[in-house]
Design a protein around this ligand. Structure first.
Ligand code: ZN
Length: 399
């Protein structure tokens, strides 16, 4: 049996269970591994969920239902129609509401005995240490690299377990980062972030709706085990799940003694600029880093200006047909990316071409291809049609 949290021991004395709670948790109480003492530990525990989205939804729902006494949620988004196929905290009636308010209502309905602490905003270098300091465990449901590095670093410094999960298309993975329990941290595995733009997010790559459900529930299971001090946590092990093959695989993880955060001679001991570290501040003129920075790009406002000035410009849409049917820029020409090699002759090599896709990654590859075939006046539309819908035409359907 391991004990991961010192402060929780002091809170357990106050965590008495009412007769309603004894009935509510009766299926827990008859488990010898939980019992009344374990249920009081759960009630005394404080868990911070970063994000109330795909992973945070099932994680927070099960933590609430299981009787984790205090759940903190941090998120800055509103509920969007495109969230609903996987973010089961929210319903159709919640579209347009803040995710925090929607999550609060659903969690309070699941279990009115618990405290729900809402932190409206983003998890940043400014607030991360204060927030993490107030909780026993962090469940990281974030979907971007700056937040993952930040939550990792802050949890290492605060000696708090960081329950990690990530999803991509049909694959997901989970582990518990906890150097104070002899496991590695996120940086031991990934010392450097991937080049900005090289890893597509859910909006660009897609994700099976049920996938974050499974991974988020694994995160909730690990958090509950850590609180109870029972079973074997996913410390030093990465669990990989392939939904198409329906296979789980496990990889052993090792701590890196040279790790800049949890290693023997740490060089990073306070929050850094994580956006810059992950290359997210490249700006619209250079949305991709590394080798891809050579790809010329223009902003949506520049394209709007060209259209308004009636400049001759070919707007090449390289998305799939169904995406084109959801939303398109008037007058644009559709050639899906994988058809571009065989249909390149439909384009005038001397024309000015602005290629676009959903968020600018497929179109960057299209521009690279066009440039390599003599189409020297081809440009990538930074941010894609998503940026157009946000900045130029708010009436456009987003997806
Ligand atoms: Zn490390």
């Amino acid at each position: 049996m391991f004990r991961v949290m010192d402060k929780i021991e002091q809170r357990i004395a106050q965590a008495q269970l009412s007769s309603e709670e004894l009935a509510r948790y009766s299926r827990h109480l008859i488990l010898p591994e939980i019992g009344v003492e374990g249920q009081r530990r759960l009630k005394a525990a404080r868990v911070l969920c970063i994000g109330a989205g795909g992973l945070g939804s099932p994680a927070a729902l099960y933590l609430a239902s299981a009787g984790v006494g205090t759940i903190g949620l941090i998120d800055s988004d509103d509920v969007d129609l495109t969230n609903l196929h996987r973010q089961i905290l929210h319903g159709t009636k919640d579209v347009g509401r803040s995710k925090l308010k929607s999550a609060h209502d659903r969690l309070h309905d699941a279990n009115p005995n618990i405290e729900i602490e809402l932190h409206n905003g983003r998890f940043t270098s400014e607030n991360a240490q204060d927030l993490v300091g107030r909780y026993d465990i962090v469940v990281d449901g974030s979907d971007n690299f700056p937040t993952r590095y930040l939550s990792n670093d802050v949890c290492v410094w605060a000696r708090k377990p960081n329950v990690y999960g990530s999803v991509f298309r049909f694959d997901g993975q989970s582990t518990v980062f906890a150097p104070h329990l002899s496991g590695p941290c996120y940086r031991c595995l990934f010392p450097e972030p991937p080049p900005a733009g090289s890893v597509p997010n859910c909006a660009e790559a897609g994700v099976l709706g049920v996938l974050p459900g499974i991974i988020g529930m694994i995160q909730a299971t690990e958090a509950i085990k850590l609180i109870l001090g029972t079973g074997e946590p996913l410390v030093g092990r990465l669990l990989h799940y392939d939904a198409l093959k329906m296979k789980f695989r496990e990889f052993n993880l090792k701590r890196d003694p040279e790790c800049p955060v949890c290693g023997e001679k740490p060089t990073i001991t306070s929050p850094i600029d994580y956006e810059q570290f992950c290359g997210m501040n490249a700006g619209v003129e250079a949305p991709l880093s590394g080798a891809a920075t050579a790809i010329p790009a223009i902003s949506v406002s520049d394209l709007k200006h060209k259209i308004d000035q009636k400049n001759r410009v070919v707007i090449l849409d390289v998305r799939e047909k169904f995406e084109y049917e959801i939303a398109r820029i008037e007058g644009s020409q559709l050639i899906p990316l994988d058809e571009l090699p065989e249909r390149i002759s439909e384009l005038d090599p001397n024309a000015e071409i602005v290629a676009l896709c959903h968020t600018g990654m497929r179109s960057a590859r299209a521009v690279q291809f066009l440039q390599g075939h003599g189409y020297k006046r081809s440009f990538n539309l930074a941010g894609g049609i998503d940026a157009w819908a946000h900045e130029i035409d708010p009436t456009m359907q987003k997806y």
